[in-house]
Design a protein around this ligand. Structure first.
Ligand code: NAD
Ligand code: UGA
Length: 427
């Protein structure tokens, strides 16, 4: 099939590369000229494991440009532009609106328009009405909501191995499911068909539930600290119950990234817009918003006074295997340390600080970060940090405190080298 992807970000580029690998002819449009230039030079503008290789492998079936005319040849248009948060918690749909403007002036033959961007319930209905209002004949298109569930850091794997493919359809649409099955030929996953709004809400419900698990285990970590119990034991204990399951029970600095924070807020906003009070969503966000305070307080208790202390922070990205720092708890902690007078040497294998921060230097290795540090903080659980030689770390540091903000270290290995271990809910 000839498929056009709009938006060459984490979701758009991964979708483009995977669909090309599945045998389609894919054209990817982005209004960011720098991104298009890089892509045409064989470079991916961000770090996502395996993506660059997949793009290069499929270069013959993949093109990148800012030319909207290329939509004309496509049977399927997949919208993957950003849907950032508005200050009031709602969703900023300006990029979707800009795409609709372009589509309205470009569509001349039948298209299946697929929304992969995460959008609030009712948006796809509204998009359909907008296209008609802008003059596109209703018989020239169908809108399909096909939310994406990939995780950054494992985006390529997740897209090849989804646990489901959610397809939201207009009420009288009896042809687009077959189109979507043709798009995903070669991917083995159950299809779940529902209404447009049903698909939109499944996406928000999934992210909200995962965020709830994280805030739940972070609240348990606070209780564990009070009762001298290891929260990792609790996570293992409840995770063995198949009704709960082990994933996403890692206590730490709280959830971040470009999606959980904005999507939970957007769902809260959508609920309120229909006079539903989202008590649980509020609690999830309150725990998350205060988790950094709890962690910072623990550090302060151990290192006070913080002024002029040198802290090595390992991790800047919001999670491992990505260079994405959007709403990164690691960066928020670095900022908090700086505000409290610490000098910080921050290291991340891939991510860069999103802006300069006073008294913070980004260094090029763990070795450089830990020199004469009064304390060491693991802020992102990169594999590289799990296997450090703790004897060497101890020798390089001035102080002895290791704060494992992601509960990812072997505490005994750390303690055996004479360092003090402090985790989150691991007294
Ligand atoms: P991103 O910011 O990485 O990429 C969006 C791209 O769209 C950018 O390259 C931008 O230049 C481009 N763009 C914006 N407006 C455009 C326009 N009018 N014309 C052409 N290009 C335009 O965003 P992302 O992380 O890929 O997320 C995209 C959507 O997918 C969001 O709704 C997000 O919530 C959702 N989502 C993201 C993830 C993820 O892990 N990042 C996972 C699932 C769903
Ligand atoms: C998340 C979802 O997992 C994806 O299914 C979804 O498609 C995506 O959001 C989206 O809608 O954009 P992602 O944000 O890439 O994916 O990353 P996650 O692995 O879910 O982690 C999110 C945050 O939660 C990170 O800050 C991570 O460190 C934190 N986290 C995760 C924990 O604190 N504990 C855990 O046990 C797991």
């Amino acid at each position: 099939m000839n498929i056009c992807i709009i938006g060459a970000g984490y979701v758009g580029l991964t979708t483009a590369a995977v669909l090309a690998e599945l045998g389609h002819e894919v054209h990817c449009i982005d209004h960011d000229e720098r991104k298009i230039r890089l892509l045409n030079n064989g470079e991916v503008p961000f770090y996502e494991p395996g993506l660059e290789e997949l793009i290069i492998k499929n270069y013959n079936d993949l093109t990148f440009s800012g030319r909207w005319d290329d939509i004309k040849r496509a049977a399927v248009v997949v919208i993957c532009v950003g849907t950032p948060p508005r200050p009031d918690g709602g969703t900023d749909l300006r990029y979707i609106e800009a795409v609709l403007d372009r589509l309205a002036t470009t569509i001349e033959s039948y298209k299946t328009i697929v929304t992969k961007s995460t959008v609030p319930p009712g948006t796809n209905e509204w998009m359909r009405a907008e296209l008609i209002r802008k003059g596109v004949k209703p018989q020239l298109f169908r809108i399909v909501s096909n939310p994406e569930f990939l995780r950054e850091g494992s985006a390529v794997y997740d897209m090849f191995h989804p646990d489901k493919i959610v397809v939201g359809l207009e009420p009288d649409d009896d042809q687009s499911l077959a189109v979507m099955q043709a798009v995903y030929t070669g991917i083995n996953a159950p299809y779940l068909t529902t209404s447009l709004a049903g698909a939109e809400l499944i996406k928000y419900a999934a992210n909200a539930f995962l965020a709830t698990k994280i805030s739940f285990i972070n609240e348990m970590a606070r209780i564990c600290d009070a009762f001298a119990v290891d929260v990792n034991d609790i996570a293992r204990g409840i995770g063995l119950d198949p009704r709960i399951g082990p994933p996403v029970l890692g206590a730490g600095l709280g959830y971040g990234g470009s999606c959980f924070p904005k999507d939970i807020k957007a769902l809260e906003h959508a609920a309120r817009s229909r006079q539903v009070e989202p008590h649980l969503l509020q609690a999830v966000q309150t725990v998350n918003a205060t988790q950094l305070d709890v962690c910072f307080q623990k550090l302060n208790e151990q290192l006070a006074p913080l002024t002029d202390k040198k802290i090595a922070v390992l991790g800047i990205a919001f999670k491992p295997n990505t260079d994405d720092t959007r709403f990164s708890p690691a960066e928020a902690l670095i900022r908090r340390l700086s505000e409290n007078g610490c000098t910080v040497a921050a290291y991340d294998p891939k991510a860069t600080l999103s802006e300069p921060i006073a008294r913070v230097t980004q260094v090029q290795s763990v070795h450089e970060a830990i020199q004469e540090a009064d304390g060491l903080v693991i802020a992102t659980d990169w594999d590289e940090f799990r296997t450090l030689d703790w004897g060497q770390v101890k020798a390089a540091m001035n102080g002895t405190l290791v704060f494992d903000g992601r509960n990812c270290l072997d505490r005994h290995a750390v303690e055996q080298s004479g360092l003090r271990y402090m985790g989150v809910g691991r007294p």
